[in-house]
Design a protein around this ligand. Structure first.
Ligand code: XMP
Length: 513
């Protein structure tokens, strides 16, 4: 059995990030409710406990507390932020509300040179603070090993009992040496060996899925994107034919997309899969519609209808599986003025489970994108699938500007396929956030051979980005652009002009609609 660290969750927005950092150290961790009984932790043989941060104040009545016996388990305990205040308060020290609230960057100076927690790190270090309370009097047996401008006890230890507390967040990128502190805690103090691997993760996830699902049936809407593909492979490994994937061909997919998805999941992975061919229905409903938002709504609503019907035709189903990742979980919490939450709402089929009275199965909910890719690799998915560029739910529906027609989609598919081929051939594909073609229904004059042409425009949208919140147009070598343009004009009937979109986001968006 793997060594395990318990992260008791007091509601910090960073709890999942702590768990992720621990995974990065190749140590298994589990996030548990803050009030998990010490006896449960003991039974599970945890080798260390982390008390997370949280929004409450230990000075408020009814603020969340761990089982006091957690401090008697004989295993190391690390309190972060709220977790530190808890240690201070529960072990006999004094916590006060600080006049000087500390938020943002700070400087931590070490006041001890022999702490196992700080091995290999030189003082001072930059830290990220986010707290209002502070410890005024240390509990017995503790000493300060680091201070900040406003806090004498920003980092404390009880070496004998292996208790540590810190007022800052070691798990965030703004504490650049934080990862080393976490590593020291895990390796030097808890005695973790760091031998936990992604294949152990798969084993545990499979076990959990089996336990949750039992003998019931699961459906999953497969899009061919990274998240739903990895979720499908993982769930299939766990429950085989109890899983059925539904793939909706809405007529707005890229060239050969349906064939590729069927080949991979149906033929290769042998997953039960139902393909619904609904091109006519979608395009029929989009007839004459030019407004981007209306197009999105129609596509979204039609998808739900088609999916719903497909599920009913399968028979009794109990779970709806989704490839929700941890960043989706944060982003889908609506925050005023945060466009990310809006972006996600477009493709979220969040309304589905409620309508269909299904239980949700989200096995990737705790993972970050790069971890999902590592998991997918472990499950045998190819680089092409795992590093696929994002493709919007409404597909070519938002890449054909204005009214969507089948003939436009067909032209766009061919042009887009050429762009993809050249992106792969040049090796640029994997360094880009997205590359795609846009159909611009503007006729311009051209000449081919001795003949005058009057045809449409294809725009190339090729961008670099970290998270799609901001993006820059990619500086693709001219000869590659030239080749793409030449090929599209020569090989795709209906196009006589190719243009390059050189707008950054903001103010432009990545998609044209
Ligand atoms: P924009 O165009 O807003 O796009 O700059 C940002 C990122 O989100 C993707 N996108 C979508 N993804 N459903 C999706 O699943 C959508 O409706 C949708 N709209 C935009 C876009 O491709 C880019 O990566």
């Amino acid at each position: 059995m793997n060594q395990k660290i318990a992260v008791l969750d007091f509601g910090s927005q960073y709890t999942q990030v702590i768990a992720r950092r621990i995974r990065e150290c190749s140590v298994y961790s589990e996030i548990m409710p803050f009030n998990t009984k010490a006896s449960v932790l003991k039974k599970q043989g945890v080798c260390g406990v982390i008390l997370s941060g949280g929004p409450a104040s230990v000075l408020s009545k009814g603020s969340p507390r761990p089982d006091p016996k957690v401090f008697e388990l004989g295993v190391p305990v690390l309190g972060i932020c709220y977790g530190l205040q808890l240690m201070g308060k529960m072990l006999g020290g004094t916590v006060v509300s600080s006049k000087q609230r500390e938020y943002g960057l700070g400087k931590l100076s070490f006041t001890s040179s022999d702490s196992d927690l700080l091995k290999g790190i030189d003082s001072p270090i930059q830290v990220w603070n986010s707290h209002g309370d502070r410890i005024a009097k240390l509990p017995e047996g503790f000493k300060a090993i680091g201070t900040t401008e406003n806090s004498e006890y920003a980092l404390i230890e009880n070496k004998k009992r292996k208790f540590y507390g810190m007022q800052f967040h070691p798990e965030v990128a703004h504490t650049p040496r934080g990862m080393e502190i976490i590593k020291n805690f895990l390796y030097n103090i808890c005695g973790c060996t760091g031998d936990w691997t992604m294949s152990d993760y798969v084993e545990k996830a499979v076990e959990d899925i089996r336990k949750t699902v039992g003998k019931e049936k699961v459906i999953l809407g497969l899009s061919g994107g990274v998240d739903s593909s990895v979720a499908a492979a993982l769930i299939h490994k766990a429950i085989g034919d109890q899983l059925t994937c539904v793939f909706v061909d809405n007529g707005l997919l890229r060239k050969d997309e349906r064939r590729k998805v069927e080949e991979l999941f149906k033929n290769n992975f042998k997953i039960k899969m139902k393909t619904v061919r609904a091109e006519k229905l979608f395009l029929g409903r989009l007839k004459g519609v030019k407004d981007p938002e209306r197009k999105r709504k129609i596509i979204g609503k039609t998808f739900i209808e088609v999916f719903d019907k497909a599920v009913k035709s399968i028979g009794k189903v109990d779970f709806l599986a989704q490839g929700t990742l941890y960043p989706d979980v944060i982003e889908s919490v609506p925050i005023a003025g945060n466009p990310a939450s809006l972006i996600k709402s477009h493709h979220n089929v969040g309304g589905l489970p409620k309508r269909m009275k299904l239980k949700l199965l989200e096995p990737l909910r705790e993972l970050f994108k790069d971890e999902v890719r590592a998991l997918g690799k472990e499950l045998g998915l190819s680089k092409e699938v795992l590093w696929r560029h994002p493709f919007p739910g409404p597909g070519l529906g938002v890449r054909v500007v204005g009214e969507v027609k089948k003939s436009y989609c067909d032209v766009l598919r061919e042009a887009d396929a050429i762009l993809m081929e050249e992106m792969y051939a040049s090796g640029l594909y994997y360094s880009l956030w997205q590359a795609f073609a846009v159909f611009v229904p503007v006729k311009t004059v051209g000449v081919m051979g001795d003949e005058r042409t009057y045809d449409n425009v294809i725009a190339l949208r090729i961008v670099e980005s970290q998270d799609a919140m901001t993006a820059d147009w990619a500086h693709i070598p001219h000869d590659i652009l030239g080749k793409i343009s030449n090929r599209i004009i020569n090989e795709v009937k209906g196009v006589n002009r190719v243009v390059l979109d050189i707008s950054s986001k903001p103010p432009a968006t990545i998609e044209w609609e």
